[in-house]
Design a protein around this ligand. Structure first.
Ligand SMILES: Nc1ncnc2c1ncn2[C@@H]1O[C@H](COP(=O)(O)OP(=O)(O)OP(=O)(O)O)[C@@H](O)[C@H]1O
Ligand SMILES: [Mg+2]
Length: 212
């Protein structure tokens, strides 16, 4: 039988719980003896982690939005080529803490760049790979920023209230346009309740996918 990889992504605004939930989810995959690999975006390879540092660095606040967008896509191209693609070809469950929906939400909706251009660049950088399942951890920026320490905010987090409202609206639109793969999790709930929902939904979708 041909091996089939399964790509799960965690999306949402700042501090919604993506890293917390994706890590708890990987513990579950480990317990279940499911072959998995996890990476965060931007990041996941040495080169992409270096780009992550650059895009978050407040020293470079003045860079053009297009150069920021291309940096995100450059990081993505590397992690897709070196990790995501090989893992999926190997039949693993690949878990990503953010993926290309974040670029459409942040650069397309947040920075108000041409959405069709962002979608095209996303397609190029991902070589057309799409998630099988996306968990959108939904919480308003007002609520999630209460969880953050203000003196440690990075460049993206410091982009202003209106920007983060547009990002939230962006994720809402993307969720509506991708109903098949999108599952919205109420991220105002406690972390165990969220994780329970995530695990249940994953098992349903993963079993259905495997028996196809
Ligand atoms: N369900 C929850 N309820 C309350 N606080 C939470 C919950 N989940 C995570 N937190 C806390 O909120 C903060 C942000 O969580 P986390 O880092 O997982 O979010 P994130 O989406 O990965 O953030 P970022 O966008 O910065 O990567 C952390 O301090 C974390 O401990
Ligand atoms: Mg995180």
């Amino acid at each position: 039988m041909q091996k089939k990889g399964f790509l799960v992504t965690f999306e949402g605004g700042e501090g919604c719980g993506k890293s917390t939930q994706s890590q708890l989810f990987c513990q579950f995959l480990k317990q279940k003896n499911i072959n998995y690999y996890m990476a965060r975006e931007p990041g996941g390879t040495n080169f992409a982690e270096y780009i992550r540092m650059l895009v978050k660095d407040v020293t470079f606040e003045e860079k053009s939005p297009l150069s920021e967008l291309l940096l995100f896509e450059a990081a993505r191209a590397d992690v897709v080529d070196k990790i995501v693609k090989p893992m999926l070809e190997n039949g693993a469950v690949m878990v990503l803490d953010r993926f290309y929906d974040s670029t459409l939400a942040y650069q397309g909706y947040g920075r108000q760049m041409d959405k069709e251009m962002v979608k095209l660049l996303n397609k190029v950088a991902t070589e057309g790979i799409e998630p099988n399942l996306t968990f959108y951890l939904k919480i308003s920026p007002e609520e999630s920023f209460k969880r953050k320490t203000k003196d440690k905010l990075d460049l993206i987090e410091l982009s202003g209230e209106d920007f983060h409202k547009r990002v939230e609206f962006g994720f809402d639109c993307i969720a509506k346009e991708n109903k098949n793969r999108y599952v919205i999790i109420d991220a105002t709930q406690d972390r165990d309740t969220m994780q329970k929902q995530i695990r249940e939904i994953f098992m349903e979708r993963y079993n259905a996918f495997q028996s196809k």
